[in-house]
Design a protein around this ligand. Structure first.
Ligand code: PGA
Length: 252
């Protein structure tokens, strides 16, 4: 049985003080809930403070939204895995469609980052998903296979098990247009079958695959009841503390 994992991707939102205000309410409302893994991915500037607030909280983990693949060095504007580790970051979102489309990240780049994250004992949340044009052209499966094969190339079976995949159809991100539970399940089942060709059935059965794209309290339960949907990566609806708690509770 795969434990559900719900992650908040705050994107470029929340100052440090806004992050603290969110946590005041969120932690109170969440209580001792431990049946779901919960991850908060604030912007880099709020990581240190959020880490401090979470230091005596055992059921919420810290995630980052990106990292560089190199060791510390001359990479202006970038952040290394070691810097994240020092702040007790456990997860890192890699290859989000906004990074791919706005900042030119390729599958090869995502692969380098994935390997660097695993080497630093960070759990990568590797994002894949098709655009609307690709879906309309009947290319969902070919896009997903290319992204998965490229982004997860050359990982050992043990490394594969540490990876979380986020299926995020680009047309559903921030648009209010969620994939139907059937559309999402079909994509997740395809992803799991592809992982099986890459790493074998035993590994593919263990990997958690999150859905992302306009997840909100009202649509969480139905999405999470699908057999191959193991959690959610939540953008807009993770910015409001009470709403995000509801999403976590609907994942049970
Ligand atoms: P959204 O974003 O929930 O605002 O659609 C999801 C994501 O981009 O991770």
């Amino acid at each position: 049985m795969r434990k559900k994992i719900i992650a908040a991707n705050w994107k470029m939102n929340k100052t440090v003080s806004e992050a603290v205000t969110f946590l005041d309410t969120f932690l109170l409302e969440l209580g001792e809930e431990k049946r779901v893994d919960v991850v908060i991915c604030p912007p880099f500037t709020a990581l240190a403070k959020v880490s401090e607030v979470l230091s005596d909280v055992s059921n919420v983990r810290l995630g980052a939204q990106n990292m560089h693949w190199e060791k510390p060095g001359a990479y202006t504007g970038e952040v290394s895995a070691d810097m994240l580790r020092e702040l007790f970051v456990r997860y890192v979102v890699l290859g989000h469609s906004e990074r791919r489309s706005l900042f030119g990240e390729t599958d090869a780049v995502v692969n380098r980052k994935t390997k660097a994250a695993l080497a630093a004992v960070l759990k990568p949340i590797v994002c894949v998903g098709e655009t609307l044009d690709e879906r309309d052209a009947g290319r969902v499966e070919s896009v997903l296979s290319t992204q998965l094969s490229g982004s997860l190339a050359d990982l050992s079976a043990k490394e594969f098990e540490e990876v979380i995949i986020a299926y995020e159809p680009v047309w559903a991100i921030g648009t209010g247009r969620t994939a139907s539970p059937e559309q999402a399940q079909a994509a997740h089942a395809f992803i799991r079958a592809h992982l099986e060709t890459m790493a074998g059935k035993a590994v593919a059965d263990k990997v958690r695959i999150q859905y992302g794209g306009s997840v909100k309290p009202a649509n969480t339960a139905e999405l999470m009841s699908q057999p191959d949907i193991d959690g959610a990566l939540v953008g807009g609806a993770s910015l409001e503390a009470r709403g995000f708690v509801e999403i976590v509770k609907h994942a049970l």
